[in-house]
Write a protein that binds this ligand. Structure first.
Ligand code: BDR
Ligand code: CA
Length: 317
């Protein structure tokens, strides 16, 4: 299986990413690290511990950055609520928070594994990853790849052109995209194909048990909020798409369309700060040996099979 570190800000869709990373046999979850984003660091860390308890996650869980590198934090309370995970009943955490800082844990794990062994899967703002590069630049040559949820090659969500995770901390995103390691961007272009349609919720409900109830409540609340705030009929469940891309690679591919293309993060725009500028001009992208790729297509039926199987497969608490 592929060894990953899931760096997240749970967050409804981050919780689904945790579910998939924990349950799928092609993934070995080495750690869950938290970062301020959807809500404050204490709130998303509390949520991570509760979700980990529900799912039976045994990997260490460590808290990282309290806010962006240079800007002030602007949380996503409209989508995720005051708790960061409104609308679900979290079990009291029986999992203890790891005493290490997330940034130290990321550096420690990457440096103590063989080069090419660890894949980073960030599904929140990229602050922890940028800090880890700054703390130990040697991680860049040792990480197999970074498969992240964030950005958009076309339309944004926080602004016309910027996606939330990137816009929350553009300087961190710039550091991660320009580091020179392989980066796969699962942005809105692909995650808006991962819509939790009513048939999906019905399949998850049919599984039964505590994880099923939790995921049904989660999707219902998330769907209500996505409908109110962004007018979606069914909510895009962004973050597990990044995990699914790693699974697809590990199993031989075929369910995700990846296009190699240079990607730059705008940090000084008048109207475009936080934009991921993806150079899809065919004559540039085709001849490019850039280490960055963008995901543009997803086999959504395959993706939802993974999620439903994960609900059924995770160990009961
Ligand atoms: C991203 O923003 C967050 O609200 C979600 O958890 C996801 O990571 C989507 O733009
Ligand atoms: Ca997230």
């Amino acid at each position: 299986p592929r060894k990953i570190i899931l760096d997240c800000d749970p967050g409804h869709d981050d919780a689904v990413a945790m579910l998939l990373a924990q349950a799928h046999p092609a993934i070995e979850l080495l750690a869950v690290t938290t970062v301020a984003g959807n809500q404050s660091l204490p709130k998303v860390t509390h949520n991570a511990l509760g979700v980990a308890t529900l799912l039976g996650v045994t990997a260490p869980i460590a808290a990282g950055a309290e806010g962006p590198l240079v800007r002030s934090a602007d949380y996503a309370a409209d989508i995720h609520g005051d708790s960061g995970l409104d609308g679900v009943v979290l079990p009291a955490a029986s999992v203890a928070l790891d005493p290490r800082n997330a940034v130290d844990l990321i550096v420690e794990l990457v440096m103590s594994h063989e080069p090419g062994e660890i894949t980073l899967v960030p599904t929140g703002p990229l602050t922890n990853i940028a800090l880890a590069i700054a703390r130990e630049p040697g991680i860049v040559g040792r990480v197999r790849e970074v498969v992240l949820m964030g950005g958009a090659a076309h339309t944004g969500n926080l602004t016309p052109v910027a996606e939330f995770n990137i816009a929350f901390d553009p300087e961190a995103a710039d550091a991660v995209f320009s580091a020179g390691w392989p980066v796969v961007m699962a942005g809105l272009d692909v995650t808006h194909q991962a819509l939790a349609l009513p048939a999906v919720a019905e399949r998850i409900a049919a599984v039964g048990g505590s994880k099923s109830v939790f995921m049904v409540d989660l999707i219902a609340e998330y769907g209500r909020r996505y409908s109110d705030v962004q007018g979606f009929d069914a909510p895009p469940v962004h973050d597990p798409v990044a995990v699914a891309i790693v699974i697809d690679e590990e199993l031989g591919g075929g369910h995700v369309d990846l296009v190699r293309a240079p990607i730059a993060v705008e940090t000084g725009g008048r109207h475009t700060t936080g934009m991921t500028v993806v150079d899809l001009r065919p004559w540039v992208a085709a001849g490019s040996d850039t280490p960055t790729s963008v995901a543009l297509g997803l086999d959504a039926a395959w993706f939802w099979d993974l999620v439903v199987d994960a609900v059924a497969a995770s160990p009961a608490p």
